[in-house]
Ligand binder design. Sequence first.
Ligand code: ADP
Ligand code: MG
Length: 554
Amino acid sequence: GAGETTRSFEADVARLLHLMVHSVYSDKDVFLRELVSNAADACEKLRFEAIADPALLDGGGEPAITLTVDPAARTLAVEDNGIGMTEAEMAEALGTIARSGTRAFMERMAESAKGGESRLIGQFGVGFYSAFMVADRVDVVSRRAGGDTAARWSSDGLGTYTVGTADPAEAPARGTRVTLHLKEDAGAYLDPDALERTVRAQSGHVPVPIALRRAPDAEPERIADGAALWTRPKSEISAADYADAYRTLAGQFDDPALTLHYRAEGLHEYTVLAFVPGSKPFDLFDPDRAGRMKLYVRRVFITDEAEILPRWLRFVRGLVDSADLPLNVSREMIQESRVVAAIRKGVTNRVLSELGKLAENEPGRYAEVWENFGAVLKEGLYEDEDRRAALLGIARFRTTASGEAPRSLGDYVAAMKDGQAAIYYAVGADADRLAASPQLEGFAARGVEVLLLTDQVDGFWTSMVPEFEGKPLRSVTQGLADLGAVPLREGAEAPEAETAPEIEGFLAYLRETLGADVSDVRASERLTDSAVCLVAPDRGIDRQLERLLASAGR
Ligand code: ADP
Ligand code: MG
């Protein structure tokens, strides 16, 4: 058409598209979830922009998503009357990989061995480009809310796309239409009944109504009512409904490990729908990744950058819908709002207490949550002093006594030996190697349990958390791990008395030989089989932390 230009995709997009086109991923339905969720996002963006500029809503009708099947032309169209895109916005959004999720997906792809691809698609969802799993050509026409020109974008997914102005007559009155020219083997998406089932199951809870047109000239039939799930009473919502809402909200493809749905009343009124994922989201350790909770005001999406939850709960996905905030709340207002501060505090405490309940009532399921997210929760031990005690209470550890089932510090303290004054821990990269280290011989000989800490953060929080329930935490690599008061187990051999004159003479010889390389050489009750081990000075920095700091160049 007029003013149409052909452009090449960014290299990363081209790679991603190649993958989509040749994908062997069997659950191709995910493309529908992606397109419907983009359409819903567009409607929510419009609702939000219209708060400041109500004229944007003129003549476009109530927010709606419409699917149209055209068996003769072998096309499936997903249309919304949301915010729309200008030509420039199209080239930006549909020619590059703007979203961090897709970027992270690409990085993981590069790391993973060949063949892991389809599994990764299933885990992440990859946005708009997933349309090329089922289509050999995708056309997008769009009209930005408030604008009078229309734009079009088209591609066969093979390296280039065209973008240009569109005839306004072929574009929606407002919003975007994405038309998929279905591949030979994707004919199933032309069956309206099957389509209806899939969309209901996957996207029945998006907060925008969805209609289906069974043929281009047929009337649209409503297949989902757009009633936001969280506004309905809990008693009317099934586990399957929650799971669908979770997948839509979290972009996950599994089942939630924990679901929270409640309404806070009192000083502030808000509804919370939040999930602890059943598996690790891919961007869990992304340093820029703050919380993923969305903020709504009376069902209008406001932002997902309100940082409702602290960083150490960044794996929780969901939303808060406030009845107290003004609809035109700005970024600055959110920063300073006392209402938002109260919501943050309330939701954080609630998530923590629900995790505590799960730990108590369903230890097996909780163990999985801890396995996935314990390393993140531990960041709270040094970031949030007020909640440290609660976090220590729900922390679980592999120890020299735990076997496969992780233990709590409460379990540890209850099992402490007579004369044992501290909680002992060893930090390292590998639990089995730690357990076999000479540092632990003296502990084993006395039957004293040692926590085996293998997460990156363990070196940090242990240096900042002084105690649990009055028992000091002590690293086994720090000197004088005062075990003297704990009797040896029966059959274990007592080390030589350290005052024996031959030993003193030998120690003096070692001190002289090693010189400034060590600060002291001592006999110790910590070893039973090995001859020597290196320890940090009594008040010195833990050796593992020392290594971490050295690797960070400090
Ligand atoms: P994400 O939705 O995570 O941003 P996608 O790949 O699904 O990533 O979409 C990329 C971008 O394309 C969106 O961020 C949005 O800017 C734009 N987009 C896609 N579909 C629509 C639509 N129906 N209406 C408006 N913009 C859209
Ligand atoms: Mg999307």
